[in-house]
Write a protein that binds this ligand. Structure first.
Ligand code: SAM
Length: 285
């Protein structure tokens, strides 16, 4: 891997909040500081972009509709599915999902208070359908807000990439506590070789293998199928489906071709009695 410095140059979060929302200067921060200040960087991101940065994500209802249909038990009693949208941002996954499946109940969390305010001020927000709250997924807060074993579907959409690889296991452990034994995780995120990763490499903004920092201080990890399925397996999930997708996007005005690459996967909560396979993988951690 080319250009992997111990430190990178980005804007200080303090400078951004005290003065203006535009970076006024740059400082060198040790690479672990990006995770230490991650909440602040993302919070500034939403203060700056509001809900204008990400487009609504309509692929969930198209690609995974079967995962959101109502539960029916052996006595023919039906109950709506409970979803947890992890790192919900401004709600670009939540509101298209609710539109397509009005019976869902969605817990939505993010560590950025600005993001949660945007969700709560969305015109389609209803308290009886969405439980939106501030929570850092890398500590134990999630279990204080969501009942154990109560969630049918976790949506992890371009969120795990924002977490450093060292802390990813903590996120998966917290999700496992709230997932039903029959629950699963729907995953979509950046793949190795994505255009944006190439740009970070060219600009010397990689802080560890496949983990880089953008100009605004937010981080992005680029996954391989092997890395992702091993990570989930070690934490007691089974890979039901995993694929890498590529799309060539031509920007004629800037005269560039962008190879966008992303991963799509489904992980099932694994029966705790069936953990031998996972524990065999532990030493690779
Ligand atoms: C690229 S956005 C994805 C937003 C959303 N899932 C969507 O579909 O548009 C990544 C989100 O993850 C959140 N995030 C990153 N690390 C987090 C953490 N440790 N705990 C909670 N949220 C986190 C960020 O604040 C940001 O809103």
């Amino acid at each position: 891997m080319r250009g992997v410095p111990a430190t990178s140059i980005v804007s200080s979060p303090y400078m951004l909040t005290r003065q203006s929302l535009r970076p006024i200067s740059t400082v060198r921060l040790p690479s672990d500081k990006y995770q230490k200040y991650a909440t602040r960087y993302w919070d500034i991101f939403y203060k700056r972009h509001h809900n204008k940065f990400f487009k609504d994500r309509h692929y969930l209802e198209k690609e995974w509709a079967h995962c959101f249909s109502t539960n029916v038990d052996s006595t023919n009693h039906s109950s709506p599915k409970v979803v947890l949208e992890v790192g919900c941002g401004a709600g670009n996954t939540i509101f298209p999902l609710l539109n397509a499946f009005p019976n869902l109940f969605i817990h939505a969390c993010d560590f950025s208070p600005n993001a949660i305010s945007l969700v709560k001020s969305h015109e389609d927000f209803r308290e009886d359908q969405v439980n939106a709250f501030v929570c850092d997924l890398t500590n134990g807060e999630l279990c204080e807000r969501v009942a154990p074993s109560s969630v049918d579907v976790v949506t992890l959409i371009f969120t795990l990439s924002a977490v450093s690889p060292e802390k990813m296991p903590l996120v998966l452990q917290n999700l496992k506590k709230v997932l039903k034994p029959s629950g699963h995780v729907l995953f979509r995120d950046y793949a190795i070789g994505d255009f944006a990763q190439e740009k970070l490499i060219d600009k010397n903004q990689m802080i560890s293998e496949n983990f880089g920092v953008r100009g605004d201080g937010t981080c992005a990890f680029y996954f391989s199928e092997y890395f992702l399925s091993s990570l989930f397996a070690r934490e007691g999930y089974k890979t039901a489906e995993i694929n890498t997708y590529c799309k060539e996007i031509v920007n004629r005005s800037r005269n560039i071709v962008m190879n966008r690459r992303w991963m799509r996967a489904i992980f099932c909560n694994q029966d705790p009695l069936d953990t031998q396979y996972a524990s065999m993988l532990k030493p690779r951690c």
